[in-house]
Write a protein that binds this ligand. Sequence first.
Ligand SMILES: Nc1ncnc2c1ncn2[C@@H]1O[C@H](COP(=O)(O)OP(=O)(O)OP(=O)(O)O)[C@@H](O)[C@H]1O
Ligand SMILES: [Mg+2]
Length: 294
Amino acid sequence: MPDKSPKTIATINFKGGVGKTTVTWCLGDVLSSTSNQKVLMFDLDAQMSLTQAIALNENTGQLYDQFDNWYQTSLARKKTIFDALDAFTKPVQHFDFAVGYDFIYQISKEFHFIPSVEDLYWQELEVFDRDGVKDFIRRLLGKIANSQKVARYDYVLFDCPPSFTLLSYSVLSCCDLILIPVNPDFFASRGVSLILHSLRLRIEPHPLPKIGVFMNKAKTFANQPTKEVAFYMREVERVCSETAQQQRINARFFSSYIRERVAIKRAITGGGVPPELISDFQNLWKESVAFLNE
Ligand SMILES: Nc1ncnc2c1ncn2[C@@H]1O[C@H](COP(=O)(O)OP(=O)(O)OP(=O)(O)O)[C@@H](O)[C@H]1O
Ligand SMILES: [Mg+2]
């Protein structure tokens, strides 16, 4: 039997507002709507920006009610990611949490979603300990893969918060690829060095997954990155390869980048991926999959 377990990709950066949430959603949307691959996406941010944007989908008034009704049922039946974490960390008991479509929301036939809940703030208090939570995501993915009630997913995407939470620890210690979006600004290369070092410190002694760094919000002129953007791309690439070598981690800077387009601001709430950016996301996918398969 070929290995059918899904490839898992987490988007993270400790800098806020670089486009983690937007890029994660656009990647999922582009892949699931232009191929027959099935994608499952997690919102792990207690700020819930992805969940709120999906709830606010203005494309069809219907979807708004549809998500909201589904979400209320999921809360009432105790079928949220927090309830799953709660079941996982219950002392002595085995991990008792049935996975079905009251836990996973179907945005479309190929694109499914596990929303965030405010309760995720609690995981940052001393209620849970690091080692108690470490295997949570791996075990939950196992339950999803074994459930007869939900789809077989090809890819699982995680939108991580801009801080290092217990849930991000659980994701980052088991995922196949970490994607780090950066923006063309003064902080880009410094930020990459910081995040690569701190990921290593925090995930050790677990081996670090592959790490792909790419430029988001790239300004272009005549379809090429502007001189300024090209400068920051070179800087980030240099820091990335230096840090990878020093720290012995498999990190690289991707040549694909996502252009800056105002229309992307409405992508999740109903505008969809701006048509001129679809090829950017397809290129990012191709480069990510090639790296995953190396
Ligand atoms: N390629 C792009 N072009 C133009 N605007 C973009 C692009 N990518 C993201 N943005 C905008 O940048 C802002 C921040 O994006 P987003 O919320 O995805 O970042 P984030 O890293 O998830 O933030 P947080 O750290 O708060 O979770 C949003 O207004 C979003 O629409
Ligand atoms: Mg976000």
